[in-house]
Design a protein around this ligand. Structure first.
Ligand code: AMP
Length: 226
């Protein structure tokens, strides 16, 4: 099963992605997490990507596209993958589509989590990252997933916030990219929506990201193939 996941920063896409990953037992390939890992390790990719990420800009395609396409060739992706955060532009969508076709891989499901831009921004500023698990949901502005004091609500791990999550200007830039239906991330999602209209083997699933995580998840599960 090969799955693409779209949703603005703050839509709960990462949390829903972690559940989808478990359902189908897939590696969860998150472009942003791969960049953060590279930054943490001080790799060449990390050094090049850091400034773009902190400004809320896209890391250039010549770094990002080969990084993701190489990742999809690793052994753990042979049984399928859940790709999250890539593609983020129409250009990347076209490149991914070409790469999949060239290697005879089919796309099975595309998930689009919809959310109003203002709600997404507030959620981003409240989110916190758990040192033990990237996918432990913690958000100081959402009652259902409020941290326990200053510790992770799931495991008690140390929490931190991302530099690019606390910078309103950087968030606006990220959202300008996401909500751009001409060349941005929604343009990438709609590119695959167009393919899904012509190809019944691709299922395009739209869900509303505004309700609680549990409700969003219930809607998502009811729409996914078993
Ligand atoms: P995320 O964790 O998905 O919010 O990604 C964090 C940052 O990583 C983004 O704001 C971009 O700077 C960079 N990034 C992630 N995915 C991509 C991508 N597909 N293309 C370019 N830059 C990306």
């Amino acid at each position: 099963m090969n799955i693409l996941m779209f949703g603005p920063n703050g839509s709960g896409k990462g949390t829903q992605g972690a559940i989808v990953k478990k359902k189908y037992n897939l590696p969860h390939i998150e472009s942003g997490a791969i960049f953060r890992e590279n930054i943490g390790k001080g790799t060449e990719i990390g050094l090049k990507a850091k400034e773009y990420i902190n400004r809320g800009e896209l890391v250039p395609d010549e770094i990002t596209i080969p990084m993701i396409l190489d990742r999809l060739k690793k052994d753990d992706c042979k049984k399928g993958w859940l790709l999250d955060g890539f593609p983020r532009s129409k250009e990347q969508a076209v490149k991914l589509d070409e790469a999949l076709k060239a290697s005879g891989l089919a796309l099975n499901v595309v998930i689009e989590v919809g959310l109003d831009r203002e709600i997404a921004k507030n959620r981003i500023m409240g989110r916190r990252l758990c040192a033990n698990d990237n996918n432990h949901p913690n958000n100081v502005f959402i009652d259902a997933i409020k941290p326990k004091g200053d510790k992770c609500r799931v495991c008690g791990g140390k929490l931190s916030s991302r530099a690019d999550d606390q910078d309103g200007e950087a968030i606006n830039k990220r959202h300008n990219i996401y909500y751009d239906t001409q060349t941005g991330t929604l343009a990438a999602a709609y590119y695959f929506k167009g393919l899904a209209k012509k190809d019944p083997k691709i299922k395009y699933v739209t869900i509303d990201g505004a309700p609680s995580l549990e409700k969003v998840n219930a809607e998502l599960m009811s729409k996914l193939p078993s």
